[in-house]
Unconditional design. Structure first.
Length: 455
């Protein structure tokens, strides 16, 4: 999104997105985008009223999202909120250029929620803010587009489900692959029996992340509202290696690679197997590559078993980018008569039991799954449009908060297993941990006094 530097490139993207939501953009060998006919979008494209959104957290992924929302012809970004004044200024300039109008600069997102003109809040702040911000937005009568993971811990995920039920607003989680046409088609193929009964699925994520070093306490920079950045998390001294991305690797604010990237793959695996809560979770791993402040695993395997006699594993390698099945991130389903590989992009392959390729559905868009900011702008626009449809027409969401919580919980249970001895027994009726008081302590977190999220 940093490279939105010319009007012509903006026009090209707008044209593509308009074609996408009117069903005329061919994205793959599989055909046009399903469900995006001219008829279904005639009313939206012809309407004067747009969905007006506020952005919360716009340093990296949030900047990309802000640009993507601004590119949507039926949307206007009307406020930008960030604790980093530099990030806010950059986003305001980027969005202003795209939509020919500059949003309000609202450093504290809570002030943006007081604006009656804001229809929805887009949340891309650090993980410890995801659920608390979504809850505040829901109470303020706003819809929510919430980046994954939907919560920092399982308790917050349950709060989100209760909040959506109480306030009846639209909350869409940003696991955008749910809306990628060929990925959705692959899942339908798995569910329809193209490889017989699927009974095991493997997912992975690989990267070559460097050391974060040993941080030193330092004065809070003039451009940062560190108190608001910490928000619901109990206060800790500012260190020079926390912001902006390294908070992912501290349990106090982040959730590790399992929720940072594993959530996407675990969601696809859960979707394809048709499962909800597991019966057993095991996990192993640790911080192996470097000796530094990084707390969460840089290498981890999570294994889950389900009541319908199926299982899945997810492997995360933050510091060794060797690919699996030729792709840095992916999912492969194993069944009675073959396998289905969903690659890093909007494509998949089907193999028989002799490893013969029997079907390949390709994608003609370039996707960089290791781009932490904006790996797939055009495809993600489909997910955004589904969110708008949920608001405007009551269309079922590709990833509502109930399913978002269920998929996020799989990764959270993996982390809890790792941190409490390696194995959990789970109640498949509700996903709760059974007979393990030490693990149950990690079901929720402590909060800064006065910042506790409530329904």
């Amino acid at each position: 999104m940093n490279n939105l530097q010319s009007a012509s490139s903006d026009d090209t993207r707008r044209t593509f997105i308009k074609k996408a939501i009117t069903g005329t953009a061919v994205l793959s060998a599989g055909g046009v985008l399903p469900g995006f006919s001219a008829r279904s979008y005639a009313r939206i494209l012809g309407a004067n009223e747009k969905v007006r959104v506020g952005m919360m957290g716009v340093n990296s992924r949030g900047l990309a999202l802000a640009g993507n929302f601004a590119l949507q012809p039926n949307c206007e970004v009307i406020s930008v909120s960030d604790v980093d004044s530099r990030a806010a200024d950059k986003c305001l300039a980027t969005v202003g250029k795209i939509q020919q109008s500059t949003p309000k600069n609202q450093p504290d997102f809570r002030k943006a929620l007081e604006d009656k003109d804001v229809d929805a809040l887009v949340i891309a702040a650090p993980d410890h803010w995801h659920a608390p911000a979504a809850i505040l937005a829901s109470k303020a009568g706003k819809h929510v587009y919430l980046e994954k993971p939907c919560s920092h811990n399982p308790h917050e995920g349950e709060l989100l489900v209760a909040v959506a039920k109480k306030y009846k607003n639209v909350i869409q989680m940003g696991n955008q692959r749910r809306s990628w046409p060929n990925v959705a088609q692959a899942i339908r193929e798995v569910q329809s029996g193209i490889i017989g009964r699927p009974y095991f699925v493997k997912g992975w994520y690989t990267n070559n992340r460097p050391s974060i070093g040993i941080g030193k306490e330092a004065p809070v920079p003039s451009w940062l509202n560190y108190d608001l950045w910490q928000g619901p998390a109990p206060r800790r001294a500012f260190k020079d290696n926390i912001l902006h991305y390294n908070w992912h690797w501290f349990w106090h604010w982040g959730t590790g690679e399992a929720l940072n990237n594993g959530t996407h793959m675990l969601d696809l695996m859960r979707w394809g197997l048709g499962v909800t809560y597991p019966t057993k979770v095991t996990s192993s791993g640790g911080r192996y590559r470097y000796q530094d402040d990084w707390q969460t695993p840089d290498t981890q395997v999570i294994s889950l078993e389900f009541p319908n006699n199926t299982a899945m594993t997810w492997e995360g390698r933050s510091c060794n980018g060797r690919t699996v099945e030729g792709t840095s991130v992916g999912v492969i389903f194993y069944g009675e008569t073959g396998s289905v590989l969903i690659e890093s992009g909007n494509s998949y392959k089907v193999f028989d039991l002799e490893n013969k390729l029997v079907k390949a559905v390709k994608n003609d868009l370039v996707i960089d799954p290791r781009n932490k900011m904006d790996p797939s702008q055009a495809l993600d626009a489909i997910h955004i449009q589904n969110f708008f449809d949920g608001i405007k027409k009551g269309t079922p969401l590709a990833s509502d908060i109930v399913g978002g919580h269920q998929s996020t919980l799989l990764a959270q249970l993996g982390n809890i297993a790792l941190r409490s001895g390696g194995m959990l027994t789970i109640d498949p009726a509700n996903g709760h941990i059974k007979n393990n008081p030490e693990a149950e302590k990690l079901w929720q977190r402590d909060y800064q006094k006065g910042w506790e999220p409530t329904v």
